[in-house]
Design a protein around this ligand. Structure first.
Ligand SMILES: *[C@@H]1O[C@H](CO)[C@@H](O)[C@H](O)[C@H]1NC(C)=O
Ligand SMILES: *[C@@H]1O[C@H](CO)[C@@H](O)[C@H](O)[C@H]1NC(C)=O
Ligand SMILES: *[C@@H]1O[C@H](CO)[C@@H](O)[C@H](O)[C@H]1NC(C)=O
Ligand SMILES: *[C@@H]1O[C@H](CO)[C@@H](O)[C@H](O)[C@H]1NC(C)=O
Length: 149
């Protein structure tokens, strides 16, 4: 009689392990974004005409450690791909930030040389690429910060 709950528990454990293994294997996170050459790194009111920030080093910082990086191209576009991600999506969302490590003065000398643009991350959805389930995160909005925390 006592064996049924045990069997159930063992099956649940097996399912949980299988699920977490699948997640570990398929845990790919894609973080694309565009950095603009403005005081807050975001697109301005003039929209499409906002100048972009090319050749900027974008770091993914998690709990103060740099986990990955990418450089913006001539359109200010960058893409950080974690394949596999060393951290679960929930942890990346809660403890990671994007930091533009190149000072804003690099793209426009009238902009500050001190401080760095920092943005938290936002979940936008998942996409299937072949058999792989890719989680897509984007910058939630950059801000100029003197202290990265
Ligand atoms: C950026 O990442 C590459 C590996 O992808 C690493 O070799 C390089 O040191 C990193 N650069 C910085 C500034 O973190
Ligand atoms: C930057 O990368 C994006 C996405 O791949 C691409 O659409 C764009 O043409 C690239 N810009 C330049 C100047 O290469
Ligand atoms: C540089 O930044 C200033 C202040 O934001 C702006 O008025 C100017 O148009 C910018 N120059 C270029 C070339 O983007
Ligand atoms: C990808 O995985 C997430 C959670 O792990 C799930 O919610 C989502 O439906 C999956 N997406 C696809 C397209 O299978």
């Amino acid at each position: 009689m006592a064996s049924k709950p045990i069997i159930l528990l063992v099956s649940l454990l097996a399912i949980a392990i299988a699920a977490s293994t699948a997640e570990a294997q398929l845990g790919i996170i894609n973080i694309p974004g565009t950095v603009f050459c403005t005081i807050n790194g975001n697109i301005g009111l003039n929209g499409i005409a906002t100048p972009v920030f090319p050749n900027a080093l974008v770091l993914l910082r998690c709990g103060g450690a740099v986990v990955a990086n990418a450089t913006t191209n001539g359109s200010g576009f960058f893409s950080i791909v974690l394949n596999p991600s060393p951290l679960p999506v929930s942890t990346v969302l809660s403890s990671c930030n994007l930091v533009v490590n190149t000072p804003l003065s690099t793209c426009n000398t009238t902009l500050p040389a001190v401080g760095r643009l920092l943005s938290p991350l936002q979940f936008v959805g998942t996409t299937l690429v072949g058999l792989l389930n890719v989680t897509n995160l984007i910058p939630a909005g950059f801000q100029l910060r003197l202290n990265l925390g």
